[in-house]
Design a protein around this ligand. Structure first.
Ligand code: FES
Ligand code: FES
Length: 1002
């Protein structure tokens, strides 16, 4: 049928199918600012304005737009300079989003911009609540909504012709605030810090940001640096604010087919008979693959370094099915509709086996064996005959003897749920053969280099015939550390010779990607009467689901990080007495995997709830008790010498640790000191008969990269105009790593980040990097970038020395120039022309690569302030405060954005998120509406502060930021509930029903 409508003020006539959604029609016509995140109108990523009103285009038929006006982000504004053509530039909303750091992965950004534009047109002076309400239809999994709200308020002020309002900050920063924009003034030559030499920030200096209705974002950069420490705009923000086609699904290829999977409806069993003849006969179908059609290659989907520290137990397609959602068959067809019809035509007869849905039954005698395939390749202590994917036994000191010396022994049992990462961009991949018969895999992955290596044997190709390209990623959070759909998409390309695109639906994303491991945890702790911990034991039963990817390493990190925070070394001999015992079992449930935090949130929930129980049991202030026992700078990392992700472990020293300062500042911000004598649990403030208010705390630590393993590399080359190409294998998944890596190079070379064209990552063009996980990019890849930049700086100084007649070692780089000691200078552009075209011609370029023996832990104090309705069990989290020691903060805007977004995910873990399975192993809530992640209007106040330390093992003193925000919210909220009500809540999420039952003793 013909659709006549106006798109971005231009009349259009399109041929559309009667059942085609407006989203599909727009994207089919190249309008890629409209994104796909679900099919049910629940994520808002597909928002357009229909006659001015924001609506979700995935739930609207294209035909419904007939005669109407549709506006998308493409009409909002564009880059002001298009060669000789100049435009009106970006819309103030787009500018505000860029300046406020409101864009992380940018997948939701076009929709947020349109929702905000509609609001400001009808209400130029909105309140914060009105802004939150307007944004509430667009889910964002990255930002915590703080900076998008700030950006809208800022744009509103600018559009009204006003100066953006000053920040109504409750706690002023310790140093004068800087605007978001980079400073313009040139420093005097003698003020310059020599490139690459960084002084430690003053002790106690606090980098701060206000995180709710505060304009502008206040940041304080360490005075010694120009670019490192400044809230530089993200290097990819301008394209993301315009909705440019930057993501995998935005690529169109001639002859591209659509790949789709048939998923298992049973939790455990065999394909007894499968008939694909009718599907293959359907016009438009180009391939139907079953286990009988492709080689049977056992492998792991876990995107990790070689050798993969886990069992090989997965096949692209298999006759045995191990969970609901497992793969039965794959189809490639000319359209999604045909592909779906083909799936419907596949006839399958299943032979069901008894299924294990409860991990406690998995190792029981007589339990069904989930992995009995002969190709199964074990790693370390796994035992498929007992459904054991991994086992960990660590003992430091003599735990039993130390327990006997303790005045008290405290015990507790805890349980944490299976939750989903829910990046708004689902898993998506395009594969095709290039003109050299090399297989190109364009995929939304956190691990492009691992993907290439791991897929080679599965596809029967040498590594050199595979190229993996990672464009922008619409959020990953560990979900895309899995090489999960690339294999099947590539099999379909091999089968058809055609480009194939596979993109999960939201239901598939929930069911057939990965999730966080649910765990049952038992704690046992020996304590002296004065509160000194002398022995600590954690026992874990972890559920990896149908496959053992990440089984060992996720669960190992549960103990490795959590059990190192309190080293249990307060006995007479000062040695740590720690026991960590973990069994990771297979069940017939959807597979677990990596999720931001990587096992550590599962460890801190029981640990920090247990610490609360002990403190209150001994009548001690919960915070003082923790600080009495917490690990100190100068001490060894307790667990480092015992375990290192299944590889050889080495001792590590903790060189920097500001946990006491974090706790002090956090306590001040949450009002902990208003209660110098802590109330007994249950004595929380009573504001109404049925409401109780309480405050809780949790201390946490994480790691920074995997020591002696994680490696990153970078190459840097100079162009004719003095600009640089920075190529990194590191994988920016929306976190801003491209930006902070650019800032480090800029600092060394004395020129602004805008002079760098930063590109990540493509296995053909960028150097190797292990990828985005383990909070390693700023630390590992950053050090590689600094090394490459120092190499380039040396070469620049040599050329400048010749041009200026000065010794190269005395040349300084700043302000896009090379300076001689007497004040004469040559610009980098002049220098580049000299080097490339005039004399002693050569390309100025260098590479750097880095691996570290250290994994310096970031530390943080997390506080929560909650109200509990004791009649309904409803918890309202009023405020979250997180104060972190993450070393030097390279970019306060991206760092605070990471923390705000991480705390928001962690808040979902605490109070509402849970994947619920029925008695047959089917997921009950595979959609956003039922699963529930936080929306803009549901958020509590968030407050984030950094207490910088200077980590001496990194050239700029950094430690990790990305994962630690996930660790402390759930226990801090639970401890606040305990404070308010006197009721412990050992199981999360703290749903009203669960809290109500705890309150009523049921
Ligand atoms: S894609 Fe339309 S609401 Fe999710
Ligand atoms: S920035 Fe909103 S989903 Fe990533």
């Amino acid at each position: 049928m013909l659709l006549r409508f106006t798109l971005n003020d231009r009349p259009q006539t399109w041929e559309v199918a009667p059942n085609e959604s407006l989203l599909d029609a727009l994207r089919r016509h190249g309008v890629f600012g409209v994104k796909h995140g679900c099919e049910t109108g629940e994520c808002g990523a597909c928002t357009v304005r229909l006659d001015g009103v924001p609506v979700t285009s995935c739930t609207l038929l294209a035909a419904q737009a007939d005669g109407r006006s549709v506006a998308t982000v493409e009409a909002l504004g564009e880059h002001p300079e298009q060669g000789w053509k100049h435009t009106a530039g970006l819309h103030p909303l787009q500018q505000a989003f860029i300046q406020a750091g409101a864009i992380q992965c940018g997948y939701c950004t076009p929709a947020q911009l349109l929702a905000a534009q509609a609001l400001l047109e009808r209400n130029p002076n909105p309140t914060e609540a009105e802004v939150r309400d307007a944004l509430s239809g667009v889910l964002c999994r990255c930002t915590g909504y703080v900076k998008p709200v700030q950006a809208v308020l800022r744009a509103a002020a600018i559009l009204r012709g006003e100066e953006p309002p000053a920040a109504p900050d409750s706690a002023p920063p310790s140093e004068p605030p800087l605007p978001v924009e980079p400073p313009q003034a040139s420093p005097a030559a003698d003020d310059r810090t020599p490139p690459g030499e960084v002084a430690a920030p003053a002790s106690g200096a606090s980098v701060t940001t206000q995180t709710r209705v505060t304009l502008p974002v206040l940041v304080v950069a360490p005075a010694e640096n120009r670019y490192v420490g400044a809230a530089e705009p993200k290097v990819d923000a301008v394209k993301l604010a315009q909705g440019k086609p930057a993501f995998v699904a935005d690529v169109e290829m001639r002859g591209m087919l659509v790949g789709k999977l048939l998923h298992s409806p049973i939790a455990h069993g065999y394909i007894k008979r499968i008939d694909v003849s009718r599907a293959r006969a359907l016009p438009g179908v180009h391939a139907v693959l079953t286990y009988a059609d492709i080689p049977r290659v056992v492998h792991s989907t876990a995107g990790q370094s070689d050798p993969i520290p886990g069992p090989l137990d997965f096949f692209s397609l298999d006759r045995k099915l191990r969970c609901v959602g497992d793969r039965v068959a794959a189809v490639a067809a000319e359209s999604e509709e045909i592909a779906q019809r083909a799936l419907d035509l596949i006839e399958v007869e299943y032979e069901e086996l008894p299924a294990i849905l409860d991990p406690r039954e998995s190792m029981a005698p007589g339990a069904p064996i989930i992995h009995d395939e002969p190709e199964y390749t074990p790693f370390a202590d796994c035992d498929p005959a007992r459904n054991l994917a991994a086992a960990i036994r660590i003992e430091l000191g003599d735990v039993d003897a130390a327990m006997q010396t303790a005045d008290h022994i405290f015990e507790g049992e805890y349980q944490v749920p299976k939750v989903q990462q829910t990046p708004i961009e689902p898993m998506v991949c395009i594969t095709h053969w290039d003109e050299n018969d090399r297989l190109v895999i364009r995929t939304s992955t956190q691990v492009p280099f691992h993907a290439r290596r791991m897929l080679a044997p599965v596809l029967g190709l040498p590594i050199k015939r595979i190229r993996v390209i990672k464009p922008r990623i619409g959020g990953g959070f560990g979900n895309k550390q899995e090489v999960l759909i690339e294999d099947i998409c590539a099999h379909l390309t091999i089968a058809t010779g055609r480009p194939v695109k596979m993109e999960y639906t939201r239901a598939e994303q929930f069911l057939a990607s990965t999730s966080r491991h649910p765990m049952c945890i038992t704690m046992r702790t020996g304590v002296m009467a004065d509160g000194r911990i002398v022995a600590n034991e954690m026992r874990v039963l972890s559920d990896t689901g149908a496959y053992g990817n990440h089984a060992l390493t996720v669960t190992g990190n549960t103990g490795h990080k959590a059990m190192s925070l309190y080293p249990a070394n307060k006995g007479a001999d000062g040695q740590s007495n720690i026991r960590f015992v973990a069994d990771v079992v297979y069940t017939n449930t959807p597979t677990a995997g990596a999720y931001r935090g990587y096992g550590v949130p599962q460890g801190f929930y029981p640990l920090e709830c247990h610490m609360e129980r002990i403190a209150r049991g001994l009548g001690l202030d919960p915070l003082a008790f923790r600080l009495m026992n917490v690990v100190q700078a100068g001490e060894e990392h307790a667990m480092a010498k015992a375990w290192s992700e299944g590889r050889v472990a080495h001792p590590e020293l903790i060189r920097t640790n500001a946990i006491h300062e974090c706790a002090r500042l956090g306590a001040e911000l949450i009002g902990w000191t208003e209660h110098p004598e802590r109330r007994p649990a249950g004595g929380g403030t009573q504001s109404k008969d049925h409401l109780r208010r309480g405050k809780g705390v949790a201390l946490v630590m994480q790691g920074t990269a995997i020591p002696n393993l994680d490696m990153g590399a970078a190459s840097l080359k100079m162009n004719d105009d003095g600009s640089f190409n920075l190529l990194v294998g590191a994988t920016d998944l929306g976190t801003g790593s491209d930006t902070v890596l650019t800032q480090m190079a800029a600092e060394v070379l004395g020129c602004p980040p805008e002079d760098f064209i930063t590109y990540s990552s493509d296995t053909d063009f960028t150097p190797f990097d292990k990828g985005a996980y383990a909070s390693s990019t700023t630390y590992i890849s950053g050090a590689a970038v600094v090394e490459a930049a120092r190499g380039v700086a040396e070469q620049i100084k040599a050329v400048a020395g010749r041009m200026l007649g000065a010794p190269a070692e005395e040349i300084m780089l700043a302000e896009r120039q090379a300076w001689a000691p007497d004040g004469r200078s040559v610009t980098l552009a002049e220098l580049a022309l000299e080097s490339l075209h005039h004399s002693d011609q050569h390309q100025i370029m260098a590479v750097g690569s880095h691996v570290s023996p250290d994994s310096p832990p970031p530390f943080a104090a997390q506080f929560a302030d909650v109200t509990v309705d004791i009649e309904t069990g409803q918890i309202t989290v009023e405020k979250l405060v997180m104060v972190l020691d993450c070393g030097v903060i390279v970019n306060p805007a991206t760092a605070t954005g990471q923390v705000e977004g991480g705390m928001t995910q962690a808040l979902g873990y605490a109070v509402c998120e849970e994947m619920v399975l029925d008695e047959r192993g089917r997921l009950v809530n595979p959609r956003f509406g039922d699963y529930r992640i936080f929306t803009a209007d549901e958020m509590p106040e968030l407050q984030v502060r950094f207490v910088p330390t200077y980590e001496p093992t990194h050239p700029f003193g950094v430690k990790a930021v990305a994962e630690i925000p996930l660790d402390g919210v759930a226990p801090a909220v639970a401890n606040a509930v305990y404070d308010a009500t006197g009721i412990e809540t050992p199981v999360i999420p703290l749903t009203p029903e669960r809290v109500w039952r705890a309150l009523k003793g049921r």
